[in-house]
Design a protein around this ligand. Sequence first.
Ligand code: TRP
Length: 338
Amino acid sequence: MKNKKRILSGVQPTGELHLGNWLGAIRNWVTLQEQYETFLCVVDLHAITAEHNPKELTQNTLSTAALYIACGIDPNICSIFVQSHIPAHSELCWILNCMTPINWMERMIQFKEKSIQQGNNVSIGLFNYPILMAADILLYDADYVPVGEDQKQHLELARDIAQQRINAKFSKEKDILKIPQPIIMKSGSKIMSLIDGSRKMSKSDPNEGSRINLLDTPEIISKKIKRAKSDSYIGLEFNNPERPESRNLLMIYSILSGKEISQCEKEFSETGWGTFKKLITEQLIESLSPIQEKYKVLINDPHQLNNILIEGKEKADNLAKKTLKRVKSKLGFFEMGK
Ligand code: TRP
């Protein structure tokens, strides 16, 4: 156990988790959890960077944790915890805020995209989002951070802050913060919207039809796939740049069925959209049903879920406190005698 490298990752409890969260993130954690010491955070402080509803935040925090487990995360070997339960996240975030040049932040692509979506209502928190994420990662001395392609830039930022703004400036000998590396999974790291194959499947898309939620009923799945964007070609293809929707649905089908992309391409080379949509609908229902069953059991046992989160919090808190103390001491914050 001691020699295992550590990973940390998280998903925001905004809205319901969808297929992109599962295939692009959680599924990868499941394959990594045996090999790595795994910390998984429900990043509720990130969830308030867009307008939020308090009741929904509470519910979504619990359901996100339950879905981690329903998707195959084993709470006996992983630490699952809620970000806001560990005050060190906010505290390190403040310190890193003060160490980070504004012009580094102005390059963040996701901020630009999200701030366009949010119009006049963009908060400083949204701008700072990547710094809070850096704090999440750096607090746990994470060796690796499994993330989707779109989070690569945020991870780069965390590395630059740790290396250039903390380690290089405040310690001549031993590094204060560990420099994390990304793990970007090859397939599925970017699942696209059902109604626009050039955009990522996202919780913040106002159109529900753009995504399959993990808790969608068979009827809803079927309706969403029926309405999903298709094109006028016959046969499904993966590498035709003019057919992003075909690529996306083939990728989803391939991951869920466990068949190679090339095999799927062969199988569906002459299949029309109508038939393919029926098949992918059946596959989705079949793949999501065990997750939904496990979820139901968990969410109806709040006591057990609570215990899992308490245990996760204790392990996380221990580590986070140590890192924060190290940083504060190196930066010169006065420590009171006992
Ligand atoms: N920003 C990440 C996302 O949207 C979520 C996140 C927050 C995260 N803190 C993290 C991911 C720390 C990995 C590690 O997907």
